[in-house]
Write a protein that binds this ligand. Structure first.
Ligand code: NAP
Length: 313
């Protein structure tokens, strides 16, 4: 028995950290001046790792924790965690799905509207005095009646589709298989979905399977009147190619919450009027971050109490 020792690789909300602190022995790798010493001292006592997908959990850290039983991670994405290596070692992984669906879907719709209706450009038009000097800004495009192609019609994708229907958008989707319980039109390839879409919305997970799948062929299929919205992962898009397309007018615009090398965003994107940028904050509300942190903590408590995990990966 190694006791109830938890290694904090990435911290969660204050309330939940306090709760965990009262129940278990927390070892703060996230605050350690000398992580090596901490790991050699407590590595073999650690049964649970607390982290987030953004901070991650790499395989070389797993190797230092011989008695690890659970990785409880904040975020629904698992591309930052060594899930396969954990599986091989019999280490459970838990994430925080569902509790963030509404906020991420709201952000997706906000980016669709802001990009196509040019919210930021309009705001600047007013602030820069151009309304007074030049009159009305150029017309933008409408949303209703357009085809919204959702790549990745999962929990979040479906929450986006429900909202988009209310805006009069027609929904099509791409995933690896057609979903029998879904009435939206399925496209059997991403390129096909892009060709059929006015707005291509990415709600795909990151990782090797989706790396760079939005490439030149997909962007060409979307075409010069098409918009790209990405709330999934930056790694899904060939970012250099996207910049090139936007610069050359081979795409109408883009709304992006996620990027290839966060927090670095290409200067070219920052300079573009037809692009709306967000700092990977689709789930970043007080309420949702609290719900995510609570689920992380609840999974840890369930594990130590011998109950099934609430949200195993
Ligand atoms: P989910 O329920 O697992 O949905 C993922 C969807 O992607 C599924 O419908 C799946 O459909 C499809 N998919 C998975 N791998 C694929 C592949 N290789 N090719 C084509 N389609 C694939 O996940 P979720 O909860 O909706 O979350 C989706 C992603 O959103 C997360 O993984 C995360 O990266 C991102 N996210 C971003 C933020 C943010 O702040 N911007 C917040 C939360 C989540 P099939 O299985 O039918 O292929």
């Amino acid at each position: 028995m190694t006791g109830q020792h938890v290694l904090v690789v990435g911290a969660i909300g204050r309330l939940q950290m306090d709760e965990l602190e009262t129940r278990y022995t927390l070892h703060r790798l996230d605050q350690a001046g000398d992580p090596e010493t901490l790991l050699s001292e407590v590595g073999d006592r650690i049964r649970v790792v607390l982290t987030s997908n953004g901070v991650g959990f790499p395989e070389d850290l797993l190797a230092r924790l011989p008695n690890l039983e659970l990785v409880s991670s904040q975020g629904v994405g698992t591309d930052g965690l060594c899930v396969d290596a954990c599986r091989v070692r019999g280490v459970a992984v838990a994430n925080t799905p569902d509790v963030l669906n509404d906020d991420v879907a709201d952000m997706a719709m906000m980016l669709v509207l802001a990009t196509v209706r040019r919210l930021v450009a309009g705001d600047r038009w007013v602030r820069d005095g151009r309304w007074e000097r030049e009159g009305m800004m150029p017309l933008n495009r409408c949303i209703h009646g357009k085809v919204l192609g959702i790549a990745g019609l999962g929990r979040i994708g479906k929450a986006i589709a429900r909202r988009a229907e209310a805006f009069g958008l027609e929904i099509a989707y791409f995933g690896r298989r057609q979903q029998p319980d879904v009435h939206y039109r399925w496209c059997d390839s991403l390129e096909g979905l892009a060709r059929d879409s006015d707005i291509l919305l990415l709600a795909l997970p990151g990782g090797d399977a989706t790396r760079g799948v939005v490439d030149e062929a997909v962007l060409n299929a979307l075409g010069p009147d098409g918009y790209l919205i990405n709330i999934g992962r930056g790694s899904v898009v060939d970012e250099a190619c996207l910049v090139d397309f936007l610069e050359q007018g081979k795409l109408a615009g883009a709304g992006l919450d996620v990027f290839a090398h966060e927090p670095r965003v290409p200067e070219a994107l920052k300079a573009m009027e037809q692009v709306v940028l967000q700092p990977h904050c689709a789930s970043g509300t007080v309420e949702t971050r609290d719900a995510m942190a609570q689920l992380v903590a609840d999974n840890i408590v369930a594990h130590f109490e011998g109950r099934p995990l609430l949200s195993p990966v």
